[in-house]
Design a protein around this ligand. Sequence first.
Ligand code: ATP
Ligand code: MN
Length: 489
Amino acid sequence: MSYFPIQQLLKAAPVGATITVKGWVRTKRESKNAVFIALNDGSTINNIQAVAETGQLAEETLKLITTGACLAITGQLVESQGAGQAVELKISDVTIYGTADPEKYPLQPKRHSLEFLREIAHLRPRTNTFSAVLRIRHALAFAIHKYFNDNGFYYLNTPIITASDAEGAGEMFRVTTLDAIKPPLNEDGKVDYSLDFFGRETNLTVSGQLEGELGAMALGKIYTFGPTFRAENSNTTRHLAEFWMIEPEMAFFELEDNMNLAEDFVKTVIRYALQHCADDLAFLDNRLKEEEKTKKKEEQSELGLLEKLQFVISNEFVRLTYTEAIDILVNSKPAKKGQFQYEVKWGVDLQSEHERYLVEKHFKKPVILTNYPREIKAFYMKQDDAPATNSRGDVFGPTVRAMDVLFPGIGEIIGGSQREDDLDKLVARMQEVGIEPEALWWYLDTRRFGSAPHAGFGLGFERLVLFVTGMGNIRDVIPFPRAPKSAEF
Ligand code: ATP
Ligand code: MN
């Protein structure tokens, strides 16, 4: 190897050996007798300190060693004299690959705001915070593939360009090669998509689920892990226009199996991150503690990041029905004091303020809500046999075997369901909500030929990364975020 990754170097610490490291200067500090360079190569949050005696490096070279410059440093690894690091490099040679003019380089060794860093997303991976987030993101992605592989799932790649606009999961981005200024029109004056690339209207996918179901009905257990696009204009801290989704789909799973899998799955991948990203998580834990100190007492969170992650993996998620949750919410203090922005009653879709009340105030644990009203959920969810009733015997409308997993600080992290496997019920429901059964003939074929109970869910990858890193904005857990009016880089 022509150089030693700093992560391996600090771990192995071969004191006495002469080695080369390559990376970017974080800081340079000069004392009376020596110059200290903190070098980082992205392999770890930790820097290697390299030391030269005053006068050892040529003035011209020293001038070019500034924050952001890229160097190769060769030297002997020795035990460190100073506090803060066990070993350091006694410089024998420095090569400057690239300089970084301190007048122009935007990343100086001080705390930059996350908003500012979003404007320089091309450079922010060089900061401690973002490099930590990106390494954790990688570890989680790896843990997800590992979890499914270990549990007999097959990775299925579902299409990114789809012609089905029937999934009902949100606004779509159109994919077309037609002339934007003068598209061909048909007799009715509408765009003639039969002349488009695919001979029909196509969009970027909002979910791989429908195709995922086809895979499950042949391979048994599959999962997807791919990019997903939603053109909804939601400028929130939890929505992106382009995000990554993990969608397992399992033949012969019913709602309860689905819940068990979802809970075991998220706990396992969080445990993996705790085991494999200890340095990065400790850094982010600290960062969050500093940030909390600037808040008012009553707004400070009770648990630190590491405590919160430990808490989630060591407690059972609370499971209850939507109808039971509505009961709790209707009788809650904020509802009675009129503190919820949106009204809460049986039949409404829960807003994030309601979800967070349940998770953060009432149960203080992750929650799985099930059996939602049919009217607010997608057409493919399995219909329950009897309408919902509450403990007082009130009877409500029909429900479906849906499950949403709600997390503190995030709200919905997973949405899933058992799927309707009865052809007649599924077709009837499609017609009720105005979806042409013929348009999804291939989807319905799984119910025509060898149908079986099956279930699945979708986990928004960035929401998981948001939770594990303790970051506050989803745009800070993906390298290059796509959101309304924002597609630079
Ligand atoms: P929400 O109500 O939060 O908008 P949703 O109900 O539209 O989410 P689903 O269609 O159930 O979401 O998608 C499955 C999962 O994908 C969600 O649980 C969430 O983790 C994630 N997700 C959905 N929309 C987005 C988005 N715009 N950006 C990032 N993640 C998303
Ligand atoms: Mn959902």
